[in-house]
Design a protein around this ligand. Sequence first.
Ligand SMILES: *[C@@H]1O[C@H](CO)[C@@H](O)[C@H](O)[C@H]1NC(C)=O
Ligand SMILES: *[C@@H]1O[C@H](CO)[C@@H](O)[C@H](O)[C@H]1NC(C)=O
Ligand SMILES: *[C@@H]1O[C@H](CO)[C@@H](O)[C@H](O)[C@H]1NC(C)=O
Ligand SMILES: *[C@@H]1O[C@H](CO)[C@@H](O)[C@H](O)[C@H]1NC(C)=O
Ligand SMILES: *[C@@H]1O[C@H](CO)[C@@H](O)[C@H](O)[C@H]1NC(C)=O
Ligand SMILES: *[C@@H]1O[C@H](CO)[C@@H](O)[C@H](O)[C@H]1NC(C)=O
Length: 434
Amino acid sequence: MRLLSLVQNALLLCGFAVLSSGADAAAAVPQRNSHVPRGFVTTRGTHFELDGKPFAFVGANSYWLPLLTSPDDVESTLKSMQNAGIKVLRTWGFNAINGTELPGALQSNLTYYQTWNNSEWSLNANSQGLERLDKVISTAEKHGIKVILTFANNWFGSDLYIQWMLGAGQTHDVFFTNEQIIASYQSYVKTIVERYKNSPAIFAWELMNEARCLSDTLRAGPSCVPGSNTLRTWYEQQSNFIRSLDANHLITTGGEGHFFWKDPETYWSDHTLVSDYNYNGQAGEDFDHDLLLPNIDFGTYHIYPQTWYPELDFPGSNWTAEDWGLDWIQQHVHSANKANKPVVLEEFGVTGLQNKTVVYPKWVQRALDTHHGIMPWQFGQLGLTEDGGNRVIKYADALIDGASPNDGFAYYPNQTAVWEVFTRAAKIQNARSG
Ligand SMILES: *[C@@H]1O[C@H](CO)[C@@H](O)[C@H](O)[C@H]1NC(C)=O
Ligand SMILES: *[C@@H]1O[C@H](CO)[C@@H](O)[C@H](O)[C@H]1NC(C)=O
Ligand SMILES: *[C@@H]1O[C@H](CO)[C@@H](O)[C@H](O)[C@H]1NC(C)=O
Ligand SMILES: *[C@@H]1O[C@H](CO)[C@@H](O)[C@H](O)[C@H]1NC(C)=O
Ligand SMILES: *[C@@H]1O[C@H](CO)[C@@H](O)[C@H](O)[C@H]1NC(C)=O
Ligand SMILES: *[C@@H]1O[C@H](CO)[C@@H](O)[C@H](O)[C@H]1NC(C)=O
């Protein structure tokens, strides 16, 4: 999920960049071990496997777990996930602040792993830093939950690299092409991978949350356009780099799953026929081809039709948010089958309890029917003890009356109709496993 919900209109495309060859040709590409240690998840065709048995799952997204200061709250949240049948947790493996924010962070006990105050970040591995991530991972392991760790965020975090290393006036896509930035990103990735490399509690490494050519604050440059393969080249480089450090854990992109189709989907918006932004390559990914990269072990995609297409569901559009999502699921399953790799519905959400109650059963059933991993955005926990509530944990999200942060997409155990969609799906997935 992104920080701000910025509306992208489906713009028609004017220019295509020349296709670059993309490959670092002859250099030997490191490969995943065909036999991974006991307890490590691996893949077989379109399925995940654990210790030689199928591994199907419902997972949870919770970026805020490592931001909690109370180990008891971490424990109670992971216990509640376990009780809901959840087997995979996705959380951020990054948390960066800048030097100006440090005094405030020290005062509020805010978790941070990286501080930027000049052209290189410094690591915070202490009890207000990576030790909190250690705690989340070891507590997850205790509750039989494996963790997807994401190394950077398209929304905000990656722009810190750009601003501190290159200064103002840059476009967002330099994050993916500037050699100095890539080296800095890789040195952070290496720190995290080496910390947990031998741990079976890691499900997968994830390159970036929702990589796109643009961010909320920086625009895309002219060299990050459909056909430029900017993101694919970066995915290839970074996944090969991680594989050279760790031959056992799975690696994925963390992308939203945009397609770059020659003949993209179209729909009617306000009585005008438009090319669908998520199918015409404008967002930056090329899901069909990205999934073929040798060290991208499975695909990820997200679904937020209400924020992506506010015009759906209204007169003048011939599509509903619910149907758009069902089609999006189907298209990703189709790509995954072609690539013979698994796919995970890694984030999805609609706002409004009534909308959730209507839409989630349909999307979840389709994902169950097509046998892939299901991870709603985002898990809600009640009864947190920390600070008695109302602590702003980062940017805009607060803990209110013991409820975990709610960006409009959180679902809580007291919302039984929605909660049961996921607990029921977890029972089905768990019965297919082991
Ligand atoms: C900060 O958080 C740690 C847990 O990581 C806790 O032990 C400590 O008491 C907290 N400090 C303050 C001042 O709240
Ligand atoms: C550092 O953080 C402060 C406070 O959030 C912000 O105003 C400032 O723009 C940031 N500086 C950079 C270079 O990111
Ligand atoms: C950040 O850099 C400024 C200017 O060099 C310095 O005054 C300040 O103490 C630094 N802050 C931190 C937290 O290192
Ligand atoms: C909406 O209209 C377009 C253009 O006529 C068509 O290609 C598309 O299939 C329609 N979508 C749905 C869901 O009916
Ligand atoms: C429910 O979905 C409709 C259609 O997408 C949207 O207009 C409405 O705002 C949503 N309700 C809430 C409470 O978010
Ligand atoms: C459930 O808990 C949330 C978070 O505290 C609260 O906003 C909501 O009103 C509660 N009840 C229902 C039925 O959602």
